[in-house]
Design a protein around this ligand. Structure first.
Ligand code: PLP
Length: 392
């Protein structure tokens, strides 16, 4: 028996383990210090009341013979797919309910989608990068090429005409940089994908944080229906990180090699996935109701207020950053030319604040640090005061 030796090529991710280790050591040596964590990538506010009500109601239905539900359909209940289609329409994007595939979160599909592509495809990722895109393709043995997101391009990587990828991962608003693509930038990527007969895998997990006129979906771009698949999630939109529900959109007309991409994906899902539970799908449907949208918006505004506070502090300190405006992430250039880990230790020791070193997300993250807006307002405020004091 032989194991998949591609796993040997995975780089051991020591980022969060190292962050935890350094933090624990400092806390043990300094028990009187109150450490504030500004590195968390998980939501902290509870579920909206309409969502909780929907779960309770669905649980009651499951407890009665007349309304009990067994296996759900692979692609999701029609009531939810229609609600998602209606949500897209609310910001002017046409997506059919029959183009939506409900899942247990965007992470699964961002990785699993590789099942339908050849292992000799070349995959382009932007750097710094959400590690799932890289690791899942290394596991499959695919070649990975990098498009750098740097200060020079305002952390929005651009197509490289000398590279000819088959698959292109884009994430906007981006984790970790918080940068969001403009319509013109996405038009360039769509044109590039079509020229290379490539498919764009577009991760819009943070679209609900967009507050200006930047596109909230790749399907707002002409031509994208020929060349893009979109992954979205209720994790950050509605605090579903612990409940688990997301959705993938594959346009009906997308074909490659004489195959419908949607049909291939359905075939893959029906072999390896048994759907999302009824109560969770009812909870997700509630998010898209008018009251659900109002209630979940309140939570997003809370995080955005924290992000504004972080941005104001960086502005006052003259620290360069991106993100924050359309994202829960603020990606800063470490002050005084410090390296990521050097600034991590400085922050921990001088301000008792923990953030995430940028180099953990790729080469281009060197010298950067990711702050998140998921802590409480009070903690965020105190962390920013301490940061300001520490740099005086
Ligand atoms: N995509 C990006 C860019 C993320 O940052 C995350 C979670 O942090 C996900 C996808 C995963 O989301 P989900 O909870 O829906 O699996």
């Amino acid at each position: 028996m032989k194991i998949n030796r591609n796993f040997d090529n995975l780089v051991e991710s020591y980022l969060f383990a190292e962050v935890a280790d350094r933090t624990e050591k400092y806390a043990a040596a300094n028990p009187d210090k109150k450490i504030i964590r500004m590195g968390i990538g998980d939501v902290t506010l509870p579920l909206a009341p309409v969502v909780v009500e929907a779960i309770k109601k669905a649980a009651d239905e499951m407890g009665k013979a007349e309304t009990f539900k067994g296996y759900p359909s692979y692609e999701g209940y029609e009531f939810l797919r229609k609600a998602i289609s209606g949500y897209y329409a609310s910001f002017g994007v046409l997506v059919g309910a029959d183009e939506v595939y409900v899942n247990d979160g965007a992470k699964s599909d961002c990785g699993n989608i590789g099942d339908i592509f050849s292992t000799d495809s070349t995959v382009l990722v932007t750097d710094p990068v959400y590690p799932v895109y890289v690791d899942t393709n290394i596991m499959a043995g695919r070649k990975i090429v990098i498009a750098p997101s740097t200060k020079e391009n305002s952390f929005c990587a651009t197509p490289d005409e000398t590279i000819h990828p088959d698959v292109i991962y884009l994430c906007s608003p981006n984790n970790p940089t918080g940068a969001a693509y403009t319509k013109e930038q996405l038009e360039q990527w769509v044109e590039y994908a079509i020229k290379n007969d490539a498919i764009i895998l577009y991760d819009s997990a943070y679209e609900a944080f967009i507050s200006d006129d930047k596109p909230r979906s790749i399907f707002a771009i002409v031509g994208a229906r020929q060349c893009a698949i979109e992954f979205c999630s209720l994790s950050k939109t509605a605090g579903f990180t612990g409940l688990r529900c997301g959705y993938t959109v594959i346009p009906k007309e997308m074909e490659r090699d004489g195959h419908s991409i949607g049909k291939l994906w359905y075939r893959r899902q029906s072999s390896k996935f048994n759907g999302v539970s009824y109560p969770v799908q009812r909870a997700a449907e509630a998010v898209f109701s008018p009251e659900g949208r109002r209630q979940t918006r309140e939570n997003i505004e809370y995080y955005k207020r924290n992000a504004s506070l972080i941005m104001q502090t960086m502005d006052a300190l003259g620290i360069e950053y991106t993100g924050g405006k359309n994202s829960p992430y603020i990606w800063i250039s470490c002050p005084n030319n410090m390296g990521s880990w050097e600034f991590f230790d400085f922050l921990l020791e001088k301000a008792n604040v923990v953030a995430t070193p940028g180099e953990g997300f790729g080469e281009c993250g060197k010298g950067c640090m990711r702050f998140t807006s998921f802590a409480s307002y009070e903690a965020t405020k105190e962390a920013m005061q301490r940061l300001t004091e520490s740099l005086k």
